[in-house]
Design a protein around this ligand. Structure first.
Ligand code: PMP
Length: 427
């Protein structure tokens, strides 16, 4: 149960905003409850309007890798805002951001900034189509790429949690161009490419799908994808909106050593401000307007506040050797949670990489969306609310990954594990 002020605010919000929220996953629909409203957030904690504090593992759905409102970012925003909040002309921060992305992300030779992850994937798909002069796109069940019409087919995240993988309002003619395959299934890919390989503009995937829990590729799977797309002249797009700058400077592509043609980015690179980006091979990127024929634009793209906030976050991460520390915290959390599961005799599957984790409420091995779908929802709901009662906030859905930040201390993680120990008793 959330507090009375949140309940009152939610009742009012529902009269003014569809469902009371500006993004469906925030509605707590999947856990049969109502959301709390946040007054402030600092470090690894958020405080609701009823003055209840939570240790936060959602991190504004990924961006808050330093924790909430870190001084490096708030000070930068303050300083830059004095110079102006938007110019609509090129500004130096855009060039520094582009340089940083090119330096950090293996696949990126040129990059364009946008305002959200959705814009990044939408634009990357259009670019791939313009470049290849083909229409069809392959995506995978459970991968979420934002609310792009063509990609809202068998999507993860909010689309999945609400049981609406296919959105109303998407013309059949659009979704007909999207081929949906099972993640980790090389045979299905081979068959598809054998029959219509010359029609496929792009394959888009989250290289570690993190909108249907947290799924890892089988040995050789990403290499297979790289090889088959190269062979057929298809653009390979890694959607690293979630994993980019989160798991390593260069995201999953750095970890696994496989370089896509295009990469979609967002979340961490905005430091909490609205941002997305897509980039990749120069010969493909140069098909974008104004040099090329693929149109793409944005009034606020490359916004100075967003660029500066994102740069401040990346600089702080780098200077603090952040990824090493996040790995240590992640390993502490994983070891503690595995102990708890063993103690309680629960065989649940736990996946973790760096600062991202997902506890699947099933004993199945997890390789694709079908495996995830067997999760025990009732157990998850009880676990979630028992954590809320104790002041720990994980995503209100069993299909979302959790995020640890640099603001979590080892003590915060111990406290969380204690709360989880109690929460398991509620199941
Ligand atoms: N791609 C991935 C992998 C994502 O996780 C998300 C958002 N969770 C998006 C795209 C869409 O990003 P946005 O919500 O910023 O539009």
């Amino acid at each position: 149960m959330t507090g009375p002020l949140s309940q009152k605010m939610f009742a009012k919000a529902k009269t003014l905003i569809p469902g009371g929220v500006n993004s469906p996953v925030r509605a707590f629909k999947n856990v049969d409850g109502d959301p709390f409203f946040v007054r402030s957030a600092s470090g690894c904690r958020i405080k609701d309007i009823d003055d209840k504090t939570y240790i936060d593992y959602v991190g504004t759905w990924g961006p808050a890798i330093l924790g909430h409102a870190p001084i490096e970012i708030t000070q930068t925003i303050h300083e830059v805002a004095k110079q102006g909040v938007s110019f609509g002309c090129p500004c130096p921060w855009e060039v520094t951001m582009a340089q940083t992305i090119v330096d950090w992300v293996p696949s990126v030779e040129k990059v364009r900034m946008v305002n959200s992850g959705t814009e990044a994937t939408m634009s990357a798909i259009r670019l791939a189509r313009g470049f290849t002069k083909r229409d069809k796109v392959i995506k995978f069940e459970g991968c979420y790429h934002g609310h792009v019409d063509h990609l809202l087919v068998a999507a993860g995240s909010g689309a999945l949690t609400h049981g609406e993988p296919d959105s109303a309002g998407v013309p059949k003619d659009f979704s007909n161009q999207t081929i949906v395959l099972k993640y980790n299934d090389t045979e299905a890919l081979q068959e598809t490419f054998d029959s219509i390989g010359d029609q496929i503009a792009a394959v888009i995937l989250e290289p570690f799908p993190a909108n249907a829990g947290l799924i890892f590729p089988r040995e050789g799977y990403l290499q297979f994808l790289r090889d088959i797309t190269t062979k057929h002249g298809t653009v390979l797009i890694f959607d690293e909106v979630m994993t980019g700058f989160r798991l390593a400077k260069g995201g999953v592509q750095e970890l696994v050593g496989i370089t896509p043609d295009l990469t979609c980015m967002g979340k961490v690179i905005g430091g909490g401000l609205p941002v997305g980006a897509f980039g990749g091979r120069s010969d493909i990127m140069d098909h974008l307007a104004p040099v090329g024929a693929v149109y793409q634009a944005g009034t606020l793209s490359g916004n100075p506040l967003a660029m500066a906030a994102g740069l401040a976050q990346l600089k702080a991460l780098d200077e603090a050797k952040g990824y090493d520390q996040l790995e240590r915290l992640g390993a502490q959390f994983e070891a503690g949670l595995r102990n708890l599961l063993a103690e309680k005799g629960l065989g649940y599957t736990l996946h973790r990489v760096g600062s991202m984790f997902c506890l699947f409420f099933t004993e199945k091995e997890i390789w694709n969306l079908d495996d995830v779908s067997g999760a025990d929802m009732e157990a998850f709901k009880k676990f979630f609310w028992a954590l809320i009662d104790q002041g720990v906030y994980i995503a209100p859905s069993p299909y979302e990954a959790g995020f640890i930040s640099l603001a979590h201390s080892t003590g915060d993680i111990d406290d969380t594990l204690d709360a989880m120990s109690t929460a398991f008793k509620a199941i």
